[in-house]
Write a protein that binds this ligand. Structure first.
Ligand SMILES: Cc1ncc(C[n+]2csc(CCOP(=O)(O)OP(=O)(O)O)c2C)c(N)n1
Ligand SMILES: [Mg+2]
Length: 628
């Protein structure tokens, strides 16, 4: 039996019948479709979505975004919240609509989060050529701007003929649902092909379930890992995002309790273990806490679980300073498991942790760290907690410090509420200071650290789990780049709490600039001063709170931390998207992570300040090493 449909109609019908399943729980793999229409998809994919809605022949909810990059961010926020078991599709028009998604694709792939991208493409028949927005390359008519998705996609295909669609769809679903391979999946859809009819085997549209595996470690690899761990005197766990996506928090807690090994976390892994668990030692690396970083410096064995060891996590390869330090890497992706010449334990985080717990506790030979090591970790923690309290309650004047805003929010939020952030000075402050109580509470996109993710990602997170309050933290710089999805939140009646932190520019890059001898050059939003010729004049007459109100959000302006706390309560009580606006002092003090980040400083310079920074850089650089 065949059924006659256009390529776009077949695509929509197929997507609506895909499911994922893990641990016996089944859900739709593609839960809906974001989009912005133009001539590239208005006749193809748009008609197919409309027809699906009108006839009920396929169920794929359409969400209209305001910016294509933002809709990919929203889809990533959604899939991350659903532990990668569900994803969204994104349809965009030819040319700029499609290339706007490339940043989102990179973000998804780097963070290992599934998203299905459907950029429109030029005529496969070349009947209209060059069509509006088509790139012309004199060397070949086969070149398209969508080729630029290739390096940032885990699967990429162009459907130039209807017959190509079924195999491309199956490959796309496999990659999306595979925890080791997942990321952005791109199917470029020429605009004429989208509207072309074809007789499809009806079997293409039968419900299909993509089983998300929990691979167990190979016994020999497990033995090798156990041998290294049994010999460890000062082991440290680095818990990454993989722990959370695998829903392995319970397994991690049992493992940590059985062995006494302290647990540090990465940006993606924060909350894998609640902050006040006796084994939790906080964030590790350049944006981490001094507690985890002290233990990291001394660790003889690092057990990385579900981490890709980003440059921040290893503090540019200075965090782990013991000359003989060894790594054991439990990861579902062999690529990550093999990093830093570690013992590679390719497995699902939960299955791997259960296997490790069993192997290390069986018989009379249970492994446990020395009492003295536990005491050391606890003493470091006890010294750190009052530092966090101070940062949370600094009483900085006249404007509050950002750490007080984060502290007030942390104390205000319920266990199941979610905080969303991505770029600027907040990810660092958050990883160091945030006290996460639930594995889904801390949602900081720090793989791509993309300004503009915050509001869009928060929208996706809320869409994924409407039962949780989502608190988006956004700096003025990020807000200016992408406030667009406030409008989407308003039109979809998706309630967000948005905390807009105004510090007149780039607090983060400002202090980084100072540390590398660039004197905060070009990092604050100021008038150009005719006297200096630089952007260091007066404060600009920009009112971002008024801007947010103009986009349809309720806005609460606050000046003090007391007002801020009251506004948070009002925002929570409201069912409308609410922006809580606060100005902070970008120069307020922040505790030190006692760590380092490799940002090369000019080797030669006419400025004394840069020469000094270079000398400090060279001294720090000497601690950098390869782990071989
Ligand atoms: C899209 C994008 N462009 C540039 C950067 C580099 N960058 C990192 S933080 C930052 C400034 C962020 O400003 P804001 O959102 O106000 O946060 P603040 O630093 O003031 O906390 C910039 C430009 C980035 N991360 N993402
Ligand atoms: Mg700022």
């Amino acid at each position: 039996m065949t059924v006659r449909l256009t390529v776009a109609q077949a695509l929509v019908r197929f997507l609506a019948s895909q499911y994922s399943e893990r641990d016996g729980q089944r859900q739709r793999l593609i839960a809906g479709c974001f989009g912005i229409f133009g001539h590239g998809n208005v006749a193809g994919v748009a008609q197919a979505l409309l027809q699906a809605h009108e006839t009920g022949e396929a169920d794929l909810r359409y969400y209209m975004a305001r910016n294509e990059q933002a809709m990919v961010h929203a889809s990533v926020g959604f899939a991350r919240m659903r532990n990668r078991l569900q994803a969204l599709a994104c349809t965009a028009s030819i040319g700029p609509g499609s290339t706007n998604m490339i940043t989102g694709a990179a973000l998804a792939t780097i963070n290992r989060i599934p998203v299905l991208l459907l950029p429109s493409d030029f005529f496969a028949t070349r009947a209209a050529n060059p069509v509006l927005q088509e790139l012309e390359d004199p060397r070949s008519y086969d070149v398209s701007v969508n080729d630029a998705f290739k390096p940032v996609s885990r699967y990429w295909d162009r459907i130039s003929r209807p017959e190509q669609l079924p195999s491309a769809l199956l490959a796309a679903m496999r990659v999306l649902a595979d925890p080791a391979e997942t990321g952005a999946v791109t199917l470029a859809l020429p605009q004429d092909v989208q509207a072309e009819a074809h007789d499809w085997p009806d079997k293409l549209f039968t419900e299909r379930t993509w089983f998300v595996p929990r691979p167990r470690p190979e016994p020999a690899a497990l033995n090798r890992a156990v041998e290294v761990l049994r010999g460890a005197r000062r082991p440290l766990i680095v818990a990454g995002g993989g722990v959370i996506y695998s829903e392995a928090s319970g397994a991690l807690r049992r493992f940590a309790e059985a062995t006494g090994i302290p647990v540090a976390d990465t940006q993606a892994g924060k909350g894998a273990l609640a902050w006040d668990h006796p084994c939790a030692v906080g964030g590790v690396g350049a944006t981490g806490s001094p507690v985890a970083n002290a233990l990291a410096r001394e660790a003889d064995v690092v057990l990385g679980i579900g981490t890709r060891y980003s440059d921040f996590t290893t503090a540019s390869r200075t965090a782990f300073a013991d000359p003989g330090v060894r790594f054991v890497n439990l990861n579902v992706a062999a690529f990550d498991a093999g990093k830093h010449a570690g013992v590679s334990l390719v497995a699902d985080a939960r299955a791997g942790l259960d296997a490790l717990t069993e192997a290390l506790t069986k018989g009379g030979a249970s492994y446990r760290v020395d009492e003295a090591y536990t005491t050391r970790a606890q003493e470091l923690g006890a010294r750190w907690r009052p530092v966090v309290e101070r940062a949370y309650h600094l009483g900085h004047q006249p404007l509050p410090a950002q750490t007080e805003v984060l502290g007030a929010l942390n104390e205000f939020m319920d266990e199941r509420d979610v905080v969303v952030q991505a770029a600027g000075s907040m990810p660092g402050d958050l990883q160091m200071l945030w006290r996460a109580r639930d594995p889904k509470q801390y949602h900081v996109e720090y793989g791509y650290s993309c300004m503009g993710y915050e509001i869009a990602g928060g929208l996706g997170a809320k869409l994924a789990d409407p039962g949780r309050e989502v608190f988006v933290l956004v700096g003025d710089g990020s807000y200016l780049m992408m406030a667009t999805e406030i409008v989407t939140a308003v039109s979809e009646r998706i309630k967000l709490n948005i905390v807009l932190v105004q510090n007149q520019g780039f607090g983060s890059i400002g202090s980084l600039s100072e540390s590398v001898g660039s004197q905060r050059f070009g990092t604050s939003y100021r008038y150009r001063d005719p006297a200096t010729g630089m952007l260091d004049g007066g404060v600009l007459p920009v009112d971002l709170a008024a801007n947010a109100a103009s986009l349809g959000a309720d806005v609460l302006r606050t000046r003090t931390i007391e007002e801020f706390r009251a506004a948070l309560a009002r925002s929570r009580a409201s069912d409308r998207t609410t922006v809580v606006y606060i100005e902070t002092d970008p120069l307020a003090p922040v505790p030190s992570s006692e760590s380092w980040w490799d940002v090369p400083v000019s080797q030669t310079s006419a400025l004394e300040i840069t020469q000094k920074a270079r000398a400090a850089y060279e001294a720090a650089k000497r601690h950098q090493r390869l782990y071989l």
